[in-house]
Design a protein around this ligand. Structure first.
Ligand code: 3PG
Length: 419
């Protein structure tokens, strides 16, 4: 037992059916089914290898994309192939989650075998919007389809999905209500490293928040500023554009329409409230970039432009670079723009390279942020790369993550059986 949760060392898994929730959610090309990054898949290999070597029958539950990340919503079939390559043994796959075909395959697993089920978010109760709008309590979670159908087939639940530990969804917090449960090795490692840094983070502590996961970003920004964990917050990507709108800056019809189309208008008001309270701690872009044939930049005072804003400008990138140099601890979640394409990558590239040069303890998390770190070849020079983005930042805000709460509940209810 560690931090009030059971670990894999506490259980004898030989011959047992282990339901293991992993987070192997990666950016994906939906046309070809090609994964653009495999960092998270690699991250859960130690747990899977250990389960297989200890002769467990392992059933993997995972999501790929979702309602908040629809561009990556896809089957988990391609992941089975990559998992097999990393493990040097076949990971079976079935395009089913809770149906009779999946259950039969689980029942027929041999010791040491691993089976990956299809995207658990294909089962509707799992979706993120349900989590926020329906707000199922723990007991409700255990009555959902996925838990009712799969838990009776298993002896143990293992959660290795630290990256999704901030989600209160059935496959993450439901099984702990009815099965003995443990954290996997990746979960254990991420939790330990971050808990250590949090004991006494060196100041000033800088948060860099960008990307398009707006709901997470604003929740984190608010809590980290309120709790005093963040001394300064740098904003970019869609997060930065929403902050600018909140300040009453006209960012142009196309960029404003995008925010409306993504149903994010309510965040403009949330951003305004945050700015009212903490404007002295938040850095906003002073210039931005758009693409009109090639990359063009515009100062905030010269907005609006008709084209969509896709990156922070060079002056902003330079200011952020300076702030990074002055920080002692840095947490990063979300890129500064659409770094995947050349005309809009400058901001992310400069900021990520500044992180690599910085002497601060830097922690970078989240799928897109990791992909960018790989692209700019800075992974080795970031102090710690965490598979979680949202989970990392929510952890830092001092909240007990829903999955941690559920694992502690299971440890109390079922105990940690001695090996
Ligand atoms: C992530 O990408 O941060 C995790 O996989 C969680 O995904 P979600 O934000 O779609 O829940």
């Amino acid at each position: 037992m560690k931090f009030g949760m059971c670990t894999l060392s506490d259980f004898d898994v030989t011959g047992k059916t282990v339901l293991c929730r992993v987070d192997i959610n990666q950016p994906i090309d939906r046309k070809t089914g090609t994964l653009k990054d495999v960092t998270r898949i690699k991250g859960c290999i130690p747990t899977l290898k250990e389960l297989s070597e200890r002769n467990a029958k392992t059933v993997l539950l995972a999501h790929q994309g979702g309602d908040l990340e629809y561009k990556n919503y896809f089957t988990t079939k391609p992941h089975a192939k990559i998992l097999s390559d990393f493990l040097g043994r076949t990971v079976k796959f079935i395009d089913d989650v809770t149906g009779p075909a999946a259950r039969e395959m689980i029942n027929n697993l041999e010791e040491g075998e691993i089976l990956l089920l299809d995207n658990v978010r294909f089962v509707s109760e799992e979706m993120t919007l349900f989590e926020t709008k329906l707000n199922l309590n723990e007991e409700d979670q255990s009555k959902t389809q996925v838990v009712q159908k799969l838990a009776p087939l298993a002896d143990l639940f293992v959660c290795d999905a630290f990256a999704a530990a901030h989600r209160s969804q059935p496959s993450l917090v439901g099984f702990e209500q009815v099965l003995p449960s443990a954290m996997g090795r990746l979960f254990e490692k991420e939790f330990s490293v971050i808990a250590d840094i949090m004991e006494s983070p060196s100041r000033p502590c800088l948060f860099i928040l960008g990307g398009a996961k707006i709901q997470d970003a604003f929740m984190m920004m608010n809590t980290a500023l309120k709790n005093g964990v963040a001394d300064k917050v740098l904003t970019g990507g869609l997060v930065g554009n929403i902050m600018l709108l909140a300040k009453g800056i006209d960012i142009g019809v196309q960029s404003t329409d995008l925010i409306k189309k993504m149903n994010l208008t309510e965040y403009v008001e949330i951003a305004r409230e945050i700015l009212d309270k903490f404007s002295n701690k938040i850095l906003l872009p002073v210039d931005l970039a758009y693409v009109e044939g090639d990359r063009k930049e515009v100062a905030i005072a010269d907005l609006p432009v008709k084209d969509i804003l896709v990156d922070i400008g060079s002056l902003t990138a330079k200011t952020y670079k300076k702030a990074i140099k002055e920080a002692s601890t840095i947490f990063v979640n979300g890129p500064m723009g659409i770094f995947e394409s050349e005309p809009s990558e400058h901001g992310t590239k400069v900021v990520w390279e500044a992180l690599a040069e910085s002497a601060a303890y830097s922690v970078l998390g989240g799928g897109d942020s990791i992909t960018a770190a790989n692209k700019y070849k800075v992974e080795e020079r970031i102090s710690y790369i965490c598979t979680g983005g949202g989970a990392l930042i929510r952890f830092l805000s001092g909240e007990e993550l829903p999955v941690v709460k559920a694992l502690r509940y299971a440890a109390n209810k079922f105990g940690c059986e001695e090996r």
